[in-house]
Design a protein around this ligand. Structure first.
Ligand SMILES: Nc1ncnc2c1ncn2[C@@H]1O[C@H](COP(=O)(O)OP(=O)(O)OP(=O)(O)O)[C@@H](O)[C@H]1O
Ligand SMILES: [Mg+2]
Length: 458
């Protein structure tokens, strides 16, 4: 039911308008001066506002301006008298939907309200579609583990304390990092990300701290590093456990003092940055075994956040499936379909790994590949088998023919790449730089491949 607010100092107009609108089935509230009206408009969930231009105290145009500051999309219809047409015209420039002249005609009021509400609905739908299509995911899930994550994020958001996000591959670490930034007072500032695993050690320092022109071969101009770019915002140090010990020492100083020098410069740069770090490694073990500095660990681990793997979040699967399906269907089809109960059941029962990306890719495949209005159990099972085939890590070695039968060239290539990389990663104890060197690939490219193929780093 739509709620409409009427702001007018004349008792007569308030009651006539309320009468007309209530007869039409709308819920109406009234306010008799600008301030009261503004307060109601700001706090209530109105779909439309009638606003008199001539109000005692705070005038109508001023109220309109204030409304538009916080509720840009709220439709406002101006009521004007004979003497105030020029003000009504001005109001359109400020963003009023339209204006009505006194004495009010019942018919005009009714049509105008219908039009305004129809447009408001369209706008809302548009906004939702835009949100669904653009930008990252919302953090979905209400299992106890996720509730805890949410709670911690809300608690830490307002402080500047460093946060360490832990969790397996694809459990939403980056999403959580962005959520921390967006819930913090720094949200208007930059969110800068650096993937410590994908940058060779020799370049990491300049990536982090920047360099002066001529600092090394190829440095043709000076450049800001990530710490400087993140000034006033949040720096997300992703895959922190993959940083070399010497890089860790430099990061420690920068994190502790919020000061550093660009490569090739003596001048100290000071910044104000909130640090959020993440890793999918067992960081405590990395510390124990001497691969990660204990002092840096303590400095970064002020507030730990642990993201539970998908296999421990069975009760979130429904919600995740619906969310991803809606998103992909809107993106590629401009409509929203559903999963049947039997399909849901099959998906819930599947033994998911920890990786949410795997579930997301699976849903995307179904959204793109099937035309069913309601996704059947068979379809759900069919595409799950696909995952089983690609992601089999049971050590079973199917015959070439069996393994590669009925799949496309690109699938076969993907399958091979995945097996090859897993083998090479194992041989190199999952050290990305070493593996990359071993197989003649840039660490950054290797890293992207690992992500794309959904390989779990142990
Ligand atoms: N709770 C969630 N709700 C909705 N989408 C999620 C959730 N968690 C993760 N995702 C989505 O799953 C994908 C993987 O998440 P993300 O990149 O944040 O994980 P990660 O832990 O940083 O992964 P990696 O270890 O590969 O770096 C992203 O597309 C993300 O938007
Ligand atoms: Mg990540």
């Amino acid at each position: 039911m739509y709620k409409i607010l009427v702001i007018d100092d004349e008792e007569n107009i308030r009651s006539v308008l309320s009468g007309i609108l209530e007869d039409e089935g709308y819920e109406v509230e009234t306010a008799s001066d600008g301030l009261e009206g503004l307060e109601k408009a700001r706090s209530g969930d109105f779909s439309l506002v009638f606003l008199d231009v001539r109000l005692p105290g705070m005038g109508g145009l001023e109220v309109l301006e204030e409304i538009k500051k916080t509720k840009k999309d709220l439709g406002v219809i101006i009521i004007s008298g004979h003497g105030s047409i020029d003000m009504a015209v001005k109001s359109l420039k400020i963003g009023a939907f339209d204006f009505l002249e006194k004495p009010l005609s019942l018919e005009k009021v009714v049509t105008l309200v219908r039009n305004a509400l129809a447009i408001e609905d369209l706008r809302k739908e548009n906004r939702e579609l835009k949100e669904a299509v653009s930008g990252g995911d919302k953090m979905i899930g209400s299992c106890p583990g996720m509730e805890k994550v949410r709670k911690v994020i809300l608690q830490v958001a307002s402080s500047d304390a460093s946060v360490m996000i832990l969790g397996e591959n694809g459990t939403g670490k980056e999403l959580a990092a962005r959520e921390i930034h967006n819930s913090s007072p720094r949200k208007k500032g930059p969110f800068i990300e650096i993937n410590c695993a994908s940058i060779p050690d020799s370049l990491l320092e300049s990536e982090l701290f920047g360099h002066e022109k001529g600092a090394f071969t190829g440095a043709v101009s000076g450049r800001k590093g990530k710490f400087e770019l993140a000034d006033g915002g949040t720096l997300f140090l992703d895959e922190i456990a993959d940083m070399s010990l010497s890089a860790q020492a430099k990061v420690l100083r920068a994190v502790q003092e919020m000061r550093f020098e660009r490569v090739g410069s003596e001048k100290t740069v000071s910044v104000n940055v909130r640090i959020v770090a993440a890793t999918n490694k067992d960081i405590i073990r990395e510390v124990k075994e001497g691969r990660f500095r204990e002092d840096l660990f303590f400095r970064l681990n002020v507030i730990p956040v642990y993201l539970p793997p998908l296999r421990e979040r069975e009760n979130d699967i429904n919600e995740l499936v619906n969310y991803f399906f809606k998103k992909f269907d809107i993106q590629s089809r401009n409509k929203v379909r559903k999963f049947s109960e039997s399909a849901m059941e099959i998906i819930r029962k599947h033994r998911w790994s920890g990786n949410i990306r795997e579930l997301k890719n699976y849903i995307q495949r179904i959204s793109v590949m099937t035309e069913e209005e309601v996704i059947s159990g068979e379809t759900a099972a069919y595409y799950l088998e696909d995952i089983g085939r690609d992601f089999d890590s049971s050590g079973r070695k199917p015959e070439f023919n069996e393994e590669f039968s009925n799949i496309s060239f690109s699938k076969a290539k993907e399958l091979f790449e995945k097996k090859f990389l897993i083998k090479k990663l194992e041989e190199n104890s999952y050290n990305i730089s070493k593996t990359a060197q071993d197989i003649g690939m840039y660490p950054g490219n290797l890293h992207n491949k690992i992500k794309k193929l959904g390989i779990n780093l142990k």
